[in-house]
Design a protein. Structure first.
Length: 253
């Protein structure tokens, strides 16, 4: 199977702090790859590099076989039309109702007509189990509902690649399971390639195909979901069993 994303020798440094230390990571087309690891190890940093929000210190990143590290802002803008991002705090526009939040990109980038907007929003709300809630305002939604609207908005642009940054944090176990199943359903329905950044192992087991564990600047494990449970790596075992693994960077002073 070919790769949607190929990361090679990627290094990200902030001053003297080396956050990612020459990592290699491939994401296969159509798979959901979970990226786990303690807080502060650089999981969100990877998403920032992959969405063009942060230029890496060095290394190569190929998305759909194109080297993106030297992309201009307009090249990134074009590429971002094919990417969906589900942010940790949903990042909905508070002053827009659910429908307008979901339709934002459709109207802006594709100048889609209102009849088509209505149809697509209805379909997306059905997918995320929120049919008929077009008129609700973000302030009227629970945390889980906001995350589902965030997912619907990310999918509205029919992305090839979806990044989820902590999509279940702060949710109760039932909602965590619902969102995790929805990530799986999205993969099956649309064939998208996804990166799922999470602390939540239950979510990994439901939604992901493979898992990469980030620790002290390195990928210390890259395994299928089935095999990671029996990993011999003590760092991985500690993390998945909820024991403390410190996330401090080795260059931290
Ligand atoms: N713009 C920046 N300038 C300086 N340091 C930064 C910047 N962005 C991130 N960092 C540092 O990089 C490290 C990794 O941050 P990142 O947000 O990627 O961690 P994370 O693994 O996503 O953590 P969490 O699980 O808490 O979300 C942290 O030590 C953070 O302070
Ligand atoms: Mg983060």
């Amino acid at each position: 199977m070919s790769n949607a994303i190929s990361i090679h020798n990627l290094t990200v440094q902030f001053g003297k702090k080396c956050i990612l230390n020459s990592i290699d990571l491939d994401v296969r087309k159509g798979e959901t790859l979970a990226v786990i690891g303690p807080s502060g190890t650089g999981k969100s940093t990877i998403i920032k590099v992959l969405t063009g929000l942060l230029k890496p210190t060095s290394g190569s990143v190929k998305i759909n076989d194109e080297e993106v590290c030297c992309f201009s802002e307009s090249e990134w803008d074009n590429l971002r039309k094919h990417m969906g991002v589900v942010f940790q705090y949903s990042a909905l526009f508070d002053f827009m109702n659910v429908k307008d939040n979901i339709a934002f990109g459709l109207r802006r980038h594709y100048k889609v007509g209102e009849k088509e907007v209505k149809k697509q929003v209805e379909e997306l709300l059905t997918l995320v189990d929120m049919s008929g809630m077009e008129q609700m305002m973000p302030s009227e939604l629970s945390g889980g509902m906001k995350k589902r609207v965030g997912l619907a908005r990310a999918l509205a642009m029919q992305p090839d690649i979806v990044y989820y940054d902590e999509p279940t944090s702060g949710l109760d176990p039932v909602m965590t399971m619902n969102i995790s199943k929805l990530i799986r359903k999205t993969q099956k329905t649309y064939g998208v390639t996804s990166i799922l950044v999470t602390h939540d192992m239950e979510s990994v087991f439901v939604a992901a195909d493979r898992v990469a564990m980030l620790y002290k600047g390195d990928i210390v494990a890259l395994e299928s979901v089935d095999t990671i449970k029996n990993s011999k790596n003590p760092i991985v075992q500690a993390f998945i069993n909820g024991q403390e693994v410190t996330g401090e960077d080795k260059n931290e002073q």
